[in-house]
Design a binder for this molecule. Structure first.
Ligand SMILES: [Ca+2]
Ligand SMILES: [Ca+2]
Length: 291
């Protein structure tokens, strides 16, 4: 009986309510930007840049010299499909060597997509491509602030287009934007986290961008009729004039994790085992008291 109790206790402990699985964790510090996708490597392509460097002098970064033109990072990671209760969290660290004159609320964009079996890019320097038309996804978009107030928001891709993220008109804002007046600062590491939770078929979004100090914005979104529950692609963009001439946009890391919460049936098992344990404890206590 004691053994059975210990087994039950062990089983209860082994059913962790929040078990995070790493889908990919790319520090951009190995030999290649295209040796994935696997748990350590996103397959990265760049566009809109006059030049780029990858892990230059072992700096562990993918850096675009996009200056006053727009620049894009496109990455493919192992496909993940969100079951009800699952949360996907994409996190990244990036920096800018200068802050430019761009205005508007969509200067910095980070989109997560389902490529949906469509052809994947295999080279740098794409502009727009028909292959991107089936890609569905969601994005966090935010301003680069030099002075004025700006608003960060969650967007859903709602127009079939050859452009992956370059055309804001293809996207519809969902949820509640977050306003800030805090300027961004050159050569500062900004950490972004974009989480998507499948809440019984409704997707809930949280997009946060912070320097770990004064700059900290969080936008929320909800989509009751999702266009994508599977994700395998990321695209990041800096719009024109996000940086000054000669400016460099550097990506330091990118990771995706999935956190699962127990299904209702799992809770039923946990409560059932708990009830069984109580019954057994009562019987034991009755026996030892001679009842
Ligand atoms: Ca790599
Ligand atoms: Ca790095």
């Amino acid at each position: 009986m004691k053994h059975l109790s210990l087994c039950l206790a062990g089983l209860l402990l082994s059913i962790s309510p929040l078990a995070a699985t790493t889908i990919v964790n790319d520090t951009l510090s190995d030999a290649s930007k295209t040796d994935g996708p696997d748990a350590s490597n996103v397959v990265w392509y760049v566009a809109g840049a006059t030049s780029y460097t990858y892990n230059n002098a072992s700096d562990g970064k993918l850096s675009l010299s996009s200056g006053t033109a727009s620049g894009q990072f496109l990455g493919y990671f192992p496909s993940v499909t969100l079951a009800s209760g699952d949360t996907l969290t994409a996190s990244f660290v990036y920096s800018f060597s200068s802050i430019g004159t761009a205005t508007g609320n969509t200067v910095l964009r980070v989109g997560l997509y389902n490529s949906d079996g469509a052809t994947k890019t295999t080279a740098d320097g794409w502009a727009s491509a028909a292959a991107f038309q089936p890609y569905d996804g969601y994005a966090g978009m935010s301003p680069v602030l030099s002075s004025a107030t700006g608003t960060t928001s969650i967007y859903e891709k709602t127009v079939v287009s050859n452009a992956l993220i370059a055309t804001v008109g293809n996207w519809t804002a969902i949820g509640t934007g977050a306003s800030t007046t805090t300027p961004m600062v050159a050569n500062t590491s900004y950490t972004g986290t974009f989480s998507i939770t499948n809440n019984a078929g409704t997707l809930d979004f949280v997009y946060n961008l912070t320097d770990g100090s004064a700059y900290n914005v969080t936008a929320l979104g909800t989509d009751a009729s999702p266009t994508a529950l599977t994700f395998d692609t990321v695209c990041m963009l800096t719009a024109g004039n996000a940086m000054l001439a000669g400016g460099i946009f550097s990506l330091d890391s990118f990771a995706v994790t999935v956190t699962a919460v127990p299904e209702p049936s799992t809770y039923a098992i946990i409560f059932g085992l708990g009830a069984l344990g109580v019954v057994m404890a009562r019987r034991r206590s009755r026996r030892s008291s001679g009842a």
